[in-house]
Ligand binder design. Structure first.
Ligand code: TYD
Length: 407
């Protein structure tokens, strides 16, 4: 039995993915022997409805000076964060003279850059020094630290309280969520808005997108579980918006209880979660069967293509692909290489299964018959970019919400 990180109740895992490496640890051949693995199991706490990994590697094993994920790799994501920033400016900050905005996990500054000009004051808090440096080089204020109560106290002492606290694809990374919320409670000005977005449990269940679970994603949030966690610190959910990013995300808006009106959307979305079965353990058992089906169908398809002499290349060395490949046991015998635009990943090998990662240019003029799309969340952008592949009779292999081929 494991103990829930949010409400301390006991719960059982509903899925065991087996030994899993660090999802962003693209490594050189000399490091294969010392690769780090942890037992990856996920469970559902039926008391507060949080879905979580039972174990997570230590934070400094995942976030460090060689962190390989740069937020600015997608053009559409840059637009997305501009919209996020506009939403906060227009709906929550118009009544402030010189609003102070704090973002945690601010990475290379892709969102923070929208608050760089007056009247806004901004501060990024980012534990991975190499990505924070990219933000600093753009002239953004970014400190290299983990966020918690201590950090919040230092920020308030230096800059005053924050009017907006933002995070994107970061809150679900932090196992000590209560420490973060304690820090937030200290940091926020009265009526300040806390807004963050993460992959949404409801979409993961609808699409069987189990690859959203990996070392960094220790939680899969829902409106129910977020309300339960923040209520313990005097906050309430005032709004929530479903988003298309990362294959289906949710943006949560919270404020100190009673300080801001609660949108009618909250009630509706809470009901949708009940209707989807997010509060019943049986839903997660059904989900596990769906995961096993995808795992087996994909492996079967790849073995069949191999036997037919077809070439298959992976497209985008995502963190998500680490879960899929290791869970299904798919390695370089089935996938020739993975094409990726991130220089730090190129020339290295994928975590655990050790498939070579090569620059995206490798594909040009030498397309395989099949591309397996790991970054299905960027499908629109990628299909447009690779129009020539389809014109050459290339086929895309997709695995969400089920294994299928797009001709
Ligand atoms: P993303 O789905 O954001 O990754 P994660 O699962 O880690 O959150 O995809 C980012 C990765 O995809 C990054 O390694 C760059 C790569 N990528 C490409 O190689 N080509 C592309 O056109 C895009 C959009 C991403």
């Amino acid at each position: 039995m494991a103990k829930c990180r949010i409400c301390q109740s006991k719960y059982q895992p509903f899925i065991d993915f087996g030994p899993m490496p660090i999802s962003n640890n693209f490594l050189a051949e000399k490091d294969f022997a010392n690769e780090y693995f942890f037992p990856m199991k996920a469970g559902f706490c039926s008391s507060c409805s949080m879905v979580q990994l039972l174990e997570q590697p230590a934070a400094d094993v995942m976030f460090h000076d060689n962190y390989t994920f740069f937020s600015g790799t997608s053009r559409l994501m840059a637009e997305h964060f501009k919209h996020f920033a506009d939403d906060i400016k227009l709906n929550y900050l118009t009544d402030k003279q010189s609003p102070f905005v704090v973002e945690i996990g601010s990475n290379d500054g892709i969102m923070l850059q929208n608050f760089a000009e007056a009247p806004y004051r901004h501060l990024g808090v980012e534990p991975s020094a190499n990505v924070a440096r990219v933000a600093q080089d753009k002239g953004l204020n970014s400190i290299v630290r983990f966020f918690n109560l201590e950090t919040a106290k230092d920020i308030v002492a230096a800059h005053g309280q924050a009017d907006a606290f933002l995070a994107a694809n970061c809150m679900c990374h932090i196992p000590t969520l209560h420490d973060i919320i304690e820090g937030i409670a200290h940091l926020m000005s009265p009526g300040g808005v806390v807004a963050f977005e993460d992959p949404y449990l409801g979409e993961v269940i609808r699409n069987t997108s189990f690859d959203q679970l990996y070392d960094e994603h220790v939680f899969l949030f829902s409106l129910h579980s977020i309300s339960a966690a923040f209520a313990q610190h005097g906050f309430e959910l005032i709004d929530a918006k479903p988003l298309e990013t990362h294959g289906g995300s949710m943006r949560y808006y919270l404020s100190q209880k009673g300080m801001r009106p609660v949108s009618s959307r909250v009630k509706q979305l809470l009901q949708d979660e009940v209707d989807l079965g997010l509060l019943i353990p049986g839903t997660y058992d059904k989900f596990r069967l769906g995961c096993e089906q995808i795992r087996d169908d994909l492996k079967y398809l790849l073995i069949k293509l191999k036997r037919e002499g077809k070439r298959v290349v992976g497209y985008a060395a995502t963190s998500k692909s680490t879960t899929l490949l290791n869970y299904a046991g798919i390695g370089p015998e089935l996938i020739e290489y993975i094409s990726d635009t991130t220089p730090l990943k190129q020339g290295k090998f994928s975590p655990g299964m050790h498939i070579p990662v090569l620059p995206a240019e490798t594909l040009q003029g030498n397309y395989p018959e099949y591309l397996l799309l790991f970054a299905y969340n960027h499908q629109k952008e990628i299909f447009a970019k690779e129009a020539q592949f389809a014109k050459n009779d290339g086929k895309w292999i997709m695995f969400v919400p089920n294994v299928h081929v797009v001709e």
